[in-house]
Design a protein around this ligand. Structure first.
Ligand SMILES: Nc1ncnc2c1ncn2[C@@H]1O[C@H](COP(=O)(O)OP(=O)(O)OP(=O)(O)O)[C@@H](O)[C@H]1O
Ligand SMILES: [Mn+2]
Length: 269
């Protein structure tokens, strides 16, 4: 078994930080007196960790979980590019069963952590809308590229700063993003003009909205058109987050407080 133990010590050698993902108290206690920095990454700080990074969602996918943990730790200046971190996580249900070594680099830092944690809408709602946008970007609508604009959170104010382009197919319905049927509907309606408005809790308030925010002084990258400009500007006038899929370059972008906070190529996601 010597080679196994050797491999394990290689994995943890010279680590700059240890990230414990949702550890039990007793497991966390074992790290108390070590000399490597210990960061607990979990939905809640149940273990009273000194250094804690909130995981906005449990994330079944371990790679996503680790990516979010590292990005959250970067946002809190706990780790930075070039650091070697050791992540201890649970992949199956049996407690901390995995050790994963990661070299932190700037490409891990997409802005998505901030988007999930610091938006007014619930993190799961942001995730669900984000996933619809990514899927639409990957598959398009019947093979053709489509664009889409989702304005998430602070829906009352967003409705006040916009007007209908046509009848609202979601008028009397009580449907929520994340529901598979609804995701199909959103993709179907993405051919239509205007924006989707989604509430903090994920209710689809409207499709076909023409946004009329004040766009003066909104500074977004040159080359982006009216969809992106209105999507960005509405997040300055209201407490919403916009998630925009571009029909012309295929990228998914997010805007908060009038600024671009995330840019992702769906093909690479
Ligand atoms: N103020 C607005 N509110 C809601 N939707 C809008 C608004 N302005 C434009 N759109 C939508 O965006 C679509 C594309 O517009 P435009 O090409 O100017 O945007 P863009 O930022 O270049 O987006 P893309 O990269 O997808 O082309 C329009 O057909 C319309 O559906
Ligand atoms: Mn365009």
């Amino acid at each position: 078994m010597a080679s196994l133990t050797d491999h394990l010590s290689d994995l943890v050698a010279d680590a700059d930080a240890v990230l414990l993902f949702s550890p039990t108290s007793s497991f966390h206690d074992r790290f108390e007196d070590g000399d490597t920095e210990v960061v607990v990454v979990a939905p809640d700080n149940d273990v009273d960790a000194e250094v804690f990074v909130e995981l906005p969602l449990p994330f079944d996918n371990v790679k996503d979980r680790i990516r979010f943990g590292i990005e959250g730790a970067m946002d809190a200046d706990l780790v930075s590019a070039g650091d070697e971190v050791v992540c201890i996580a649970s992949v199956f249900d049996g407690g901390s069963d995995a050790v994963i070594r990661v070299t932190v680099d700037d490409t891990v830092h997409t802005g998505i952590y901030d988007l999930f944690v610091n938006s007014r809408a619930e993190p799961s709602v942001i995730r669900d809308v984000f996933e619809v946008a990514i899927e639409l970007g990957q598959k398009g609508q019947k093979g053709k590229p489509v664009g889409a604009l989702f304005v998430v959170g602070d829906a009352g104010k967003v409705m006040n700063k916009s007007r209908p382009l046509s009848y609202n197919p979601f008028e009397k319905s009580h449907v929520h993003v994340g529901d598979p049927i609804v995701n199909v509907m959103l993709k179907e309606f993405s051919r239509l003009d205007g924006a989707f408005v989604v509430s903090d809790s994920g209710k689809i308030v409207s499709a076909y909205r023409y946004l009329e925010p004040g766009a003066e002084g909104v500074d977004i990258p040159k080359g982006l058109g009216a969809r992106h400009m209105s999507g960005a500007a509405i997040t300055r006038d209201t407490n919403s987050t916009s998630i925009v899929l571009s029909e012309s370059d295929g990228l998914v972008r997010a805007f908060k407080a009038g600024e671009l906070v995330l840019e992702i190529d769906p093909e690479e996601y």
